[in-house]
Design a protein. Structure first.
Length: 148
């Protein structure tokens, strides 16, 4: 198992995933707040409606902010579970394409994309091992006309 300490393994991929995750969380939270405020405003008597401005709205805003932050953190950690394996798979394939020694892909216990990594490992094992481009030994030719 490989232990990573970095939070941004593939920044572009992780930013797109987190942005999608946070926009989705924001839309759901915003819709929930609108439904709750609308329900409290339209289905309560006028005396209780004034309390919604004092009690319900601040509570909804605070809970929405907390839910948004928790969702952002969850998106970050989930993106790590995807970005790490993608990085390792890409690195292994690039290494084989460059003619380097193939290495097996090792993932952590909680990482995603394990099936893909297993398939790529099987593919890498089937790739014929080619020796590195070693320079051919230089043969020394002697010129019989030249005196040394």
């Amino acid at each position: 198992m490989i232990k990573r300490m970095m939070l941004h393994i593939q920044p572009g991929f992780q930013k797109r995933l987190m942005l999608f995750w946070m926009l989705q969380a924001f839309a759901i939270t915003f819709f929930t707040c609108l439904v709750t405020i609308g329900w409290a405003f339209f289905y309560t008597n006028p005396t209780l409606a004034s309390y919604t401005r004092i009690i319900v709205r601040p509570a909804l805003y605070i809970s929405a902010a907390v839910a948004f932050m928790v969702s952002a953190l969850a998106g970050l950690f989930y993106s790590l579970r995807i970005a790490g394996p993608v990085y390792h798979i890409k690195h292994a394939v690039d290494r084989v394409l460059e003619g380097g020694e193939p290495e097996l892909i090792l993932l952590r216990r909680h990482d995603e994309l394990k099936d893909l990594a297993t398939s790529v490992n099987k593919l890498i094992e089937r790739v014929p091992r080619q020796p590195k481009n070693e320079e051919a030994p230089v043969e020394v030719f002697f010129d019989p006309l030249r005196k040394e």
